[in-house]
Ligand binder design. Structure first.
Ligand SMILES: Cc1cc2nc3c(=O)[nH]c(=O)nc-3n(C[C@H](O)[C@H](O)[C@H](O)COP(=O)(O)OP(=O)(O)OC[C@H]3O[C@@H](n4cnc5c(N)ncnc54)[C@H](O)[C@@H]3O)c2cc1C
Length: 461
């Protein structure tokens, strides 16, 4: 999640209408839903951004809705770590991508909210054996080539349905920027360059309409925004309820949880993460057709973790945003930057795909190895000497997520449309992986799928 800001849509002259604030878009949706209601029982499976937002919309229209959430908490991949430092640290989603979205509107209309001023941040990169500011490398041809590809991915001719690594090799990108390129592409997309389908990533980039400025909250967690903006939803969640079977063979849909409790609904919205469906953790009667089950495997979602490291003193610049490594971790950042934290003495290691698997293979040696990585960058054994505590969250091992977020793989074209399609006017699919217009893998994208599923549900009623 790099902290670069580039107003690409503005600079290429997108017509003003497309840049209208998204609340106007929300009004349009409101009109669409005006007067709509549904008299049957709706069950939503999964209490993450998609499920919560779908429930919020249904409740606004007086629909009888319950969310079943497998875990003892709601929020899903919105998950703050409180008490580790003097500010809430996000173990999952952390930045609001763009200012034209339902999520941005919710955040920015929350009283007392403030954003980190990313203008003053400086990013660093470990290159040619030393740590340098990225701005000092603005005329370095290898850095320029990497940044150009990142800035222009949507208009780049990839030349085939290949991985990012294959594209970079074919086009002779320098080894000096190998890990930086992983940070910009694979890691950013929730994987590594050996797995990311670059054509799919380019297609997603082309469809992206939310704007390219990233926002970080200085004084709130993402979860607190959900709680503040959708308080009515929480009374309708049943926690610790893992749906294991869905029988939709009769006129009512019958759901069974992990202790064989039975629930019935007229319509359901399934928002569970892709691997839950891909791995058959929920069985269906009748079984899902093979076109859909094959599509589950044509989208990637796998290993990914954040390792949060606290130090007794800050040894990086006060305005340091990202630090791009060239060893074990493609990208670190200081989540307490910009006045978020008084001490600003925490670093987040953001590690996806094969990098995550390599780190996890070290077992208890993982944190010492990360500290050593930082020691090599900052010199003098400073990270190891000042290390206080760490906290890691491995999304690949989270039983109800089983991965970080969905990403394109070669051969995946059209798969999201298939998994997003409803079944028999009574089963609707939402969740970030079902976004078909480039906003997958984000919070606002997940919410947009919740909205789409509710729209479909009303249309089917
Ligand atoms: C490390 C990391 C960093 C990220 N950074 C960002 C970021 O900076 N910005 C951004 O916009 N996005 C980011 N994302 C992505 C974002 O968090 C997700 O796209 C979004 O939160 C997904 O919402 P969702 O509702 O689709 O899924 P989830 O939030 O995963 O919700 C699905 C819910 O379903 C539940 N569930 C699973 N199985 C069952 C079952 N059988 N029965 C009942 N419930 C079940 C799960 O427990 C979960 O609560 C990040 C994600 C990760 C992991």
């Amino acid at each position: 999640m790099n902290r670069k800001e580039f107003l690409r849509l503005v600079s290429i002259g997108v017509p003003a209408g497309i840049l209208l604030p998204s609340f106007l878009e929300s009004c349009r949706k409101k009109e669409l839903f005006d007067g709509k209601t549904y008299g049957g029982k709706v069950i939503i499976i999964g209490g993450g951004a998609a499920g919560l937002y779908a429930a919020f919309l249904l409740l606004k229209h007086n629909v009888d809705v319950t969310i079943f959430e497998a875990q003892g908490r709601y929020g899903g991949r919105i998950f703050p770590l409180n008490g580790f430092s003097d500010f809430p640290i996000e173990l999952g989603a952390e930045e609001c991508h763009g200012q034209r979205s339902i999520w941005y509107d919710m955040i920015s209309s929350t009283p007392g909210i403030s954003f980190v001023d990313t203008e003053v941040e400086e990013d660093y990169i470990m290159i040619d054996g030393s740590l340098k500011s990225l701005s000092s490398l603005s005329s370095d041809p290898d850095i320029t080539a990497a940044n150009n590809l990142s800035d222009n991915l949507g208009t780049t001719n990839i030349g085939g349905d290949i991985t990012a690594d294959q594209y970079l090799q074919q086009n002779h990108y320098s080894n000096r920027t190998h890990t930086y390129l992983d940070a910009l592409f694979g890691n950013e997309w929730g994987t590594s360059n050996d797995r990311l389908g670059l054509q799919g990533a380019s297609d997603e980039d082309k469809l992206w309409t939310s704007g390219d400025v990233n926002f970080y909250l200085k004084n709130h967690s993402f979860l607190s925004i959900l709680e503040e903006k959708m308080p009515e939803v929480f009374a309708h969640i049943q926690l610790n309820t893992q749906i294991q079977n869905i029988d939709y063979s009769g006129s009512k849909i019958v759901l069974t949880d992990q202790v064989n409790n039975i629930y019935t609904a007229d319509k359901i919205i399934i928002t569970v993460p892709l691997p839950i469906l891909r791995d058959g953790d929920i069985t269906f009667v009748p079984p899902l057709d093979s076109v859909r089950t094959n599509a589950f495997s044509r989208i990637g979602m796998g290993s990914g973790l954040k390792v949060i490291l606290k130090f007794s003193t800050r040894f990086w610049a006060d305005n340091c945003g990202s630090i791009f490594g060239n060893g074990l971790v493609p990208e670190y950042w200081a989540p307490g930057v910009g006045g978020t934290s008084v001490e600003n003495n925490v670093l987040t290691a953001f590690v996806m795909g094969s990098y995550a698997e390599n780190l996890l293979a070290l077992g208890t040696g993982m944190v010492p190895a990360i500290l050593n990585d930082l020691d090599l960058m900052f010199g003098g054994g400073v990270a190891t000497a000042n290390f206080v505590a760490s906290h890691r969250w491995n999304w690949g091992m989270d039983a109800f997520t089983k991965g970080a977020y969905s990403f394109p793989i070669p051969g995946g074209s059209g798969a999201r449309e298939i998994i997003a399609s409803s079944i028999g006017n009574k089963i609707f699919f939402a969740g970030e992986a079902t976004h078909t217009a480039g906003h997958n893998s984000t919070v606002h994208g997940a919410m947009e799928t919740g909205l789409r599923a509710v729209e479909e549900l009303f249309k089917s009623a």
